[in-house]
Design a protein around this ligand. Structure first.
Ligand SMILES: [Zn+2]
Length: 615
């Protein structure tokens, strides 16, 4: 392993601000008083009443069998208002639980909200029944109502989706059975993982760690410890493989049974519909990735050489080339760096980011009791956004901050749109965040003081591309093949291992010396019941954003306006239409995807040139 010292030169700007940015967020301006907030309790009481009235109105109309378009229009607007208020409440509660994981009052509030959400969801099934029972003439009449015509996309999508499902009584029964027959398998998985632990030894120190802690230890381990720790990791999952295989098989079996009842033949139908994309788009994307693996393989080979080995092991792929922890930047420096580089693309984006710091929309303090990770959440009623991170001054923290600010900007440019047109799917959700992160990490690479520093930053950046084009690809290949076999019966743990390693070998083009057979057990994403195929939307988002970034680089600041227009449409168009309208490209063809993959390949060339120069 080579010794590199990395620090963000660009972040070490001598900046003098009149006051330091506060690192705790302001929630009081939304609901004063935290989890004991009187105004929030009143807000929930009011929401409860609205949901009850909505439920009664839907049931009443279903029973009567027909409704005037004026009455229906009011129901649509009520539904939209409830959706916005539910989201506002959920955002507030997630901020409360994140800032203090021991806030029991906040947990109680979450329970209350979940109950209200379930009631609302059930009412929506009746609401869908009303919409689908309309003939074309009646539906057009509804769309002609004031305030409703703008919502055509959302209403047509709702009707189309409802029509692909079974009649309401059957769907209601499925929803009821899914609590114990479907979601329960995901919860069982959480229980399995929650009680798992491993005994490890680092530098002669024995330690009992959770699986989350073990993952962190592997990520930060020295080369000599990495292989040993990873063996413990793999063995721990092998120990629970039978239980995980049960959960995975039954979860998939339930899904297949529901699909069969609805007459759906492809397991991709649901995830593609959720992400508003066509199967041709998905295949065009994967084909380009398959044809361009060589660049990623060259990177893995070069990294292996730098680490002094012939081929990388699975656990080496993300190993840092140096110790990044020693290169701290202050919060003020991070703020100035982000704002300065956002401004190169868009003054508006820079101004917005700065106002997030100024108005205390960001919770970034490094203190105990906060939940790990980062997120960005929007308050549609207050028209505000909040960002949650824990900032300890690493370059990775700066990238995360830029990422979350990208999400916040996305929500900012959508302000004023009706709630029903503000829901964007996972595959475009990461567009603005990845874009913002790319601006900042490219700037850091450009302004790096030394070649070794630049090499380490490039390694981090290409590492994200490897994750998207190889690791996620392996997950997609595995899941597709697993479902094929699951149709015929139970797939045992050993067979799941075989499928997993075969998918990894293919996705990594045999570039590694070892793989991760129990990856299917260790990765939570396979057990998320809310979103099937929790993989390809990541790769889509990454490449979609890269393609947009490539265009922004070509067009300069003139692109800023186009970018905002594209983001504003993410909740009211299918992705193919979105790309055609704003980028002039066809996502079902390979050329757009090629331009995105080319950017990653260029990074690999730079990395190899630099690595050769340094060795
Ligand atoms: Zn994100």
């Amino acid at each position: 392993m080579i010794e590199l010292s990395v620090y963000y030169n660009g972040l070490k700007e001598a900046i003098r601000l009149t006051h330091r940015s506060q690192q705790t967020w302001d929630l009081d301006v939304i609901f004063a008083g935290g989890s004991k907030s009187q105004s929030f309790h009143a807000f929930l009481d009011d929401l409860d009443t609205r949901i009850r009235h909505f439920t009664d109105a839907c049931d009443d109309l279903v029973q009567r069998g027909n409704a005037e378009s004026r009455t229906l229009a009011q129901l649509v607007l009520d539904m939209q208002e409830i959706a916005a208020r539910t989201r506002e409440s959920g955002a507030f509660i997630s901020c409360l639980t994140a800032q203090d994981v021991r806030d029991t009052d906040a947990k109680w509030l979450l329970g209350r909200l979940q109950h209200m959400r379930a009631t609302f969801t059930s009412a929506l099934t009746s609401f869908n029944e009303l919409l689908t029972s309309l003939n074309d003439l009646a539906f057009d009449e509804l769309l002609a109502q004031p305030q409703i015509s703008d919502l055509a996309f959302a209403l047509q999508e709702r009707v189309r989706r409802a029509k692909e499902q079974l009649p309401a009584p059957e769907e209601k029964l499925i929803a009821k059975l899914s609590v114990d027959g479907y979601s329960a398998w995901g919860e069982l998985y959480d229980t399995i993982v929650g009680r798992m632990h491993a005994d490890i030894e680092i530098d002669g120190q024995h330690e009992e760690v959770s699986m989350g802690q073990l993952a962190n230890r592997i990520a930060s381990a020295q080369a000599s410890d990495r292989e040993k720790l990873f063996a413990i990791w793999e063995k721990a999952w092998a120990g629970e493989a039978d239980l995980c295989a049960d959960a995975l098989n039954h979860l998939a079996g339930y899904r297949l049974a529901v699909y069969e009842a609805r007459g759906w033949t492809s397991v991709l139908q649901e995830p593609l519909e959720i992400n508003r994309m066509s199967e041709r788009t998905l295949h065009a994307m994967w084909r380009v990735i398959e044809e361009n693996k060589r660049a990623m393989v060259r990177f893995l080979e070069a990294k292996a050489k730098l680490l002094g080995v012939n081929k990388l092991r699975w656990e080496d792929v993300d190993a840092p080339l140096c110790d990044a922890a020693s290169n701290k930047v202050s919060y003020e420096e991070a703020r100035a760096f982000i704002v300065r580089h956002f401004a190169r693309f868009s003054e508006d984006m820079a101004k917005f980011a700065d106002s997030c710091f100024e108005n205390r929309w960001i919770e970034s303090e490094d203190r105990p009791g906060k939940r790990p990770g980062g997120f960005c959440t929007s308050f549609p009623v207050s028209q505000q956004t909040r960002i949650f991170v824990t900032f300890s001054g690493t370059p990775g923290n700066v990238a995360t901050l830029a990422h979350e600010l990208g999400h916040a900007y996305h929500q900012h440019v959508m302000r004023g749109l009706p709630q029903l047109l503000s829901n964007y799917a996972m595959n475009v959700a990461e567009t603005a965040s990845t874009f913002a992160e790319a601006i900042v990490s490219d700037a850091a690479i450009r302004e790096a003081e030394t070649d070794t520093e630049k090499l380490a930053l490039l390694d981090e950046k290409i590492g994200r591309a490897v994750a998207m084009l190889m690791n996620i690809h392996a997950r997609f290949l595995f899941e597709t093949r697993f479902y094929e076999e699951r149709r015929k019966g139970f797939v045992k743990a050993d067979r799941l291992n075989e499928l997993m390693v075969a998918a990894q070998r293919e996705a990594y083009q045999d570039a590694l010396v070892s793989y991760h057979p129990h990856f299917w057990a260790s990765k939570l994403h396979f057990y998320i019941t809310g979103t099937p195929f929790y993989n390809f939307p990541y790769t889509f988002g990454f490449l979609f954003s890269s393609g947009i970034y490539a265009q922004a680089l070509r067009e300069g600041p003139a692109f800023a306006e186009k970018y905002v227009a594209l983001l504003r449409d993410t909740g009211r168009m299918r992705v193919e239409d979105l790309a055609a309208k704003h980028l002039g490209v066809n996502l079902e063809e390979q050329s757009f995807w090629q331009s995105a993959v080319d950017l990653a390949a260029a990074d690999v060339d730079a990395f190899i040139a630099l690595a050769n120069k340094l060795s």
